[in-house]
Design a protein around this ligand. Structure first.
Ligand SMILES: [Zn+2]
Ligand SMILES: [Zn+2]
Length: 293
């Protein structure tokens, strides 16, 4: 059984349409992960609008969707009011929290559709939208083992891993891998030293066939934005190499990054990967890119 991944939105913070973002795309975070007929959606940034149109046009049309929201910063929920399947009476959408009491995702998805923000209320949506949650950090959905793990981001954020028949996909956006303020960066002052990566993070992504990872900055950008909850692409490479990841997708591009700048992040990262682990493949997540594993 093949696993399909499609990037519908790869940008962080705010949609950035423009001639200079045409290659990597301007829509905010949304990734589709399909194991056979089971359809997982990671985040509901503005990219989910195009995904919704595609789902409605599919034959056969899926009737059940599983939606995982990393956190409720606006760039991860703002597309939901424009997600056509939510208006369809024959659709069931399950939205997941990280514990029984954590209905924040459901609450914020519906809250942004209050009349102050949007003309159609959440209650008027045609789909059956249920709240579900993880117990002990994991859940089996249609035979796929889904795990959730905490990330380092202001206000909190969660990553998700999906595993079936030996294929593992990890979605880990909006996280700062580097040491906390006050600690040295890079660790011994040299760029070539292997960077600190936390053991729980290595454990969560270990052996992934594909790691979709926050890599918003290069080192120079990161130096002026410490504590903002995003990573340097070079730290993402060190994590991937340490954890034996096979493919690393640089994700959550900065709204100020042009296609050319992202190309330079990819080149720097690929060069570092070649020194760290020659088998590690690094690429920039690009809107419309589809992978089959
Ligand atoms: Zn974000
Ligand atoms: Zn965020």
């Amino acid at each position: 059984m093949d696993t399909h991944i499609r990037f519908w939105g790869t940008r962080g913070s705010i949609p950035t349409p423009g001639s200079w973002t045409r290659i990597y795309g301007g829509n905010t975070s949304c990734v589709e992960v399909r194991f056979g007929a089971t359809l997982f959606i990671c985040d509901a940034g503005s990219g989910i609008r195009e995904l919704g149109k595609d789902i409605i046009a599919r034959d056969p049309r899926p009737t059940e969707l599983h939606l995982f929201i990393s956190h409720t910063h606006w760039d991860h929920i703002q597309g939901f009011p424009f997600f056509m399947p939510a208006y369809s009476k024959d659709m069931r959408i399950r939205v997941y929290g990280n514990s029984k009491d954590d209905d924040s995702r459901y609450r914020l998805l519906s809250g942004q559709m209050s009349s102050d923000h949007f003309p159609v209320s959440f209650g008027e949506l045609g789909a059956e939208i249920d709240f579900d949650y993880f117990e002990g950090g994991e859940k089996i959905i249609d035979g796929v083992l889904v795990r959730t793990f905490a990330l380092n981001h202001p206000g909190g954020c969660f990553g998700y891993s999906f595993e079936k028949h030996g294929t593992k996909i990890v979605y880990a956006t909006d996280t700062e891998l580097e040491p906390r303020p006050g600690e040295k960066f890079p660790p011994d002052g040299s760029d070539e030293a292997l960077r600190y990566v936390s053991e729980p993070m290595v454990h969560a992504v270990r052996g992934a066939d594909l790691l979709i990872m926050d890599a918003q900055y290069d080192d120079a950008q990161y130096a002026t934005r410490r504590g903002w909850g995003h990573s340097s692409c070079l730290s993402a490479v060190d994590l991937a190499a340490k954890a034996g990841v096979k493919k690393l997708a640089l994700f959550h591009h900065d709204p100020e990054s042009s296609d050319l700048h992202i190309d330079s992040l990819v080149n720097q990262s690929a060069a570092r990967a070649a020194r760290r682990d020659p088998n590690l493949i690094v690429f920039g997540a690009r809107e419309g890119l589809e992978l089959t594993l």
